[in-house]
Design a protein around this ligand. Structure first.
Ligand code: NAD
Ligand code: AKB
Length: 313
């Protein structure tokens, strides 16, 4: 049996539900503990604790009691909610990360923490955005991600913490709804299409953004966490990419399978956020350091999403 003991924060969110399933599959039920503000369990056979990750002592106690060796720290505010409640988003995203890093320093824990393409900004105008592009985020969420990347690198440099991170693009999945981001339209549209409802998109038809199907993101997280430490040249956050598309291109691809989909466009405040992000990202450093390669393209993503969403209605 593995000596790994894994703690997931924010485990009931969009990434957490898929990631927990993959971690349990990879390491076994007894090796994984989920935590979230919400009390319900993902899987009745694994331990779930209600935890506010801003509570340093409560987090420390769980790490100590369960001999935690790895933390996947997912609890956070996303971009759209972050612009609406900025102080809350900054406090949650920064303080929780510092709590996790401080406790990991004391207990020698390995950490996964997701950054985002939101850490880029309008001056990251070289397309695709490279690993070393200018970073000038304009949202509270993006600023917290860029600061978080620097904290991760600092704790690695100054305290030797084995912290690993990915700049994730917009993630598309069907098991759990997204939690208040700018790329959420690319999930919502599938629910509308499958239930034969018209869809009003909050981004303009030609807004191109980097996106990824969740199974690719989960595999990237597992592969990065299992890569040998000596092969990792980036301790702030790796660029990661799979595909880029616009709402119009996504709608056209869905219409090939569900011709009745009707879509109209009413851009709101999230358009400004989307316009500040890169259209394309390149991830050659992740490919070189730990062999990253995405598997899904727009067509296979649409096939899988429709199948998945049909299974839940
Ligand atoms: P989500 O909003 O779906 O889930 C976040 C979870 O955190 C929720 O279950 C919520 O209940 C929990 N939470 C909130 N405050 C908490 C607190 N104080 N203590 C404990 N739990 C709390 O988010 P997600 O999409 O799963 O994102 C997870 C991480 O991945 C975040 O850091 C996010 O920035 C990053 N990320 C996500 C995407 C994406 O497209 N989903 C893309 C890039 C980066
Ligand atoms: C969001 O839209 O906020 C997230 C992200 C790209 O970080 N999906």
């Amino acid at each position: 049996m593995s000596s790994k003991k894994i703690l997931v924060t924010g485990a009931l969110g969009q990434i957490g539900t898929d990631l927990t399933e993959a971690l349990v599959h990879r390491w076994g039920e007894s090796q994984v503990i989920t935590t979230d503000l919400k009390p319900q369990k993902i899987n009745s056979s694994i331990i779930h604790k209600t935890l506010d990750v801003l509570d340093f002592q409560a987090l420390r106690q769980i790490v100590e009691e369960h001999g935690i060796t790895e933390i996947y720290h997912l609890a956070a505010a996303l971009s759209a909610k972050g612009e609406q409640v900025p102080q809350w988003a900054w406090e949650l995203n920064m303080k929780s990360l510092l709590n996790v890093l401080e406790i990991s320093k004391v207990y020698g824990v390995r950490v996964f923490w997701p950054s985002s393409m939101a850490a880029f900004g309008p001056f990251s105008t070289i397309q695709p955005a490279t690993q070393q592009s200018v970073m000038d985020p304009t949202t509270v969420y993006g600023i917290s991600k860029l600061a978080g990347e620097s904290w991760c690198a600092w704790y690695h440099r100054s305290h030797g913490i084995d912290v690993r991170s990915l700049r994730l693009p917009g993630l598309i999945s069907w098991k759990t709804p997204p939690g208040g981001g700018t790329t959420d339209y690319a999930v919502d549209i599938f629910h509308a299409a499958v239930t034969l409802r018209p869809y009003t998109c909050f981004l303009s038809p030609n807004t191109r953004l980097p996106m990824m199907y969740m199974p690719d993101a989960i595999r990237a997280i597992l592969e990065l966490m299992e890569a040998s430490s000596s092969s990792l040249t980036v301790r702030y956050s790796y660029n990661l990419t799979a595909m880029s598309f616009t709402p119009e291109e996504l709608a056209e691809e869905i219409k090939k399978r569900i011709p009745s989909l009707s879509i109209r466009y009413e851009p709101d405040f999230r358009q400004t956020i989307a316009d500040s992000w890169p259209r394309e990202i390149e991830d050659s450093t992740a490919q070189k350091d730990w062999g990253w390669k995405s598997h899904y393209n727009l067509s296979s993503l649409v096939d899988e999403m429709i199948k998945g969403i049909k299974s839940i209605y």
